[in-house]
Design a protein around this ligand. Structure first.
Ligand SMILES: C[S@@+](CC[C@H](N)C(=O)[O-])C[C@H]1O[C@@H](n2cnc3c(N)ncnc32)[C@H](O)[C@@H]1O
Length: 249
C-alpha cells in the first residue's frame, strides 16, 4: 500500500506490517495509545474481560496483550525527529522509558474524577499515563493549557457510548497534545487508532494523519466518526451544528 493512499484516512490492517510501507523521515508526530498489557484479566481474553467490556474474544485480545516493542524501531525510522506520545499502562512504562532513554521525556497524566471504586487490595485506578519523548530541536508551541502535564475530567462515558471503544481518550486532551507539538499540515501517525480519536483531533486542527486499526468493528466506527457519524448510525450533534453554521455564512 502506498503512503499517499494511507494519508488522511484510517486503514484496516496490522501496524507491524503496514508501518513498513511508510517511508523513512516522513512523519512529524507519532501519537499512539498502545494496547495495554493487562495482568488482572486472566490473560486478557477471559470471560471476565469479555463481560466487562462487552467485546468478543478477538477484539479483547487486540486491546489487552500489550505490544511487540520491535515496532519502536520503525517509529524512530519513520519520524523526521523523535516526537512521540505513547499512552500506556504502568506495566509498560519501564520498558518504553528505557528504549527512549536518550531523548527528552515527560510523563503526562489524565486524572479521572469518577473512577470505578474498588474494595480489593489495590489503589483506585484514577490515573492514566502518557509518555512524551522528543529531540531537543522539536519546537513546542505556546499556550498555558497546551503546556499542562495533567488533565482533569470525568471518565468519558458519553464518548464510550457514542463510539463503543472501552479505552477511548478525551478528544479535547488529544487536541491539546497535538496542538502543542505540531504545526498545521504536518503529518501525524497513529497505528493503534481504535475509535479514531487522534485522527479526528488531527483533522479538526488542520493536520494530516495516518490511522491504522486492526479490528474491523473499530475501523468502521472510526471512519464513520471522521465523517461525523456515531456508532449507532446517527449524525452527531457537532456535525449538525457545523452544517447549520455553514449555511448561515
Ligand atoms: C488502546 S486502543 C486505542 C484507543 C484510541 N486511542 C481511542 O481513543 O479510541 C488500541 C487499539 O489498537 C488496536 N490494535 C491492536 N493491535 C493492533 C495492530 N497490530 N495493528 C493495528 N491496530 C491494533 C486495537 O484493536 C485497539 O483498538
Amino acid at each position: 500500500m502506498k503512503f499517499e493512499d494511507m494519508l488522511n484516512t484510517i486503514t484496516l490492517g496490522n501496524s507491524y506490517e503496514l508501518i513498513k510501507e511508510i517511508p523513512d523521515n516522513s512523519i512529524d508526530l507519532i501519537y499512539v495509545d498502545i494496547p495495554y498489557l493487562i495482568d488482572n484479566f486472566g490473560g486478557g481474553t477471559s470471560e471476565l474481560a469479555r463481560r466487562i467490556t462487552k467485546l468478543n474474544k478477538e477484539d479483547i485480545g487486540f486491546i489487552s496483550k500489550g505490544i511487540n516493542y520491535s515496532i519502536l524501531d520503525d517509529f524512530i525510522r519513520v519520524l523526521k525527529k523523535v516526537n512521540i506520545f505513547i499512552w500506556c499502562n504502568k506495566n509498560q512504562i519501564l520498558d518504553i522509558m528505557n528504549y527512549f532513554r536518550e531523548y527528552y521525556c515527560d510523563i503526562l497524566v489524565w486524572c479521572k474524577t469518577n473512577p470505578i471504586p474498588n474494595c480489593n487490595n489495590n489503589w483506585i485506578s484514577n490515573i492514566e499515563y502518557c509518555l512524551y519523548f522528543r529531540e531537543n530541536t522539536v519546537k513546542l508551541n505556546d499556550g498555558y493549557e497546551l503546556k499542562s502535564k495533567w488533565f482533569l475530567s470525568s471518565t468519558n462515558k458519553e464518548d464510550k457510548q457514542k463510539y463503543k471503544h472501552p479505552t477511548i481518550k478525551p478528544l479535547e486532551l488529544v487536541k491539546r497534545h497535538i496542538a502543542h507539538t505540531t504545526k498545521k499540515r504536518e503529518v501525524i501517525l497513529d497505528c493503534f487508532s481504535g475509535s479514531g480519536t487522534t485522527c479526528v483531533a488531527a483533522k479538526e486542527l488542520g493536520r494530516q494523519f495516518i490511522g491504522i486499526e486492526i479490528a474491523p468493528e473499530y475501523h468502521k466506527i472510526s471512519l464513520d466518526r471522521l465523517n461525523g457519524i456515531l456508532a449507532n448510525g446517527q449524525i452527531s450533534l457537532d456535525t449538525i451544528m457545523e452544517v447549520k453554521n455553514d449555511k448561515k455564512v
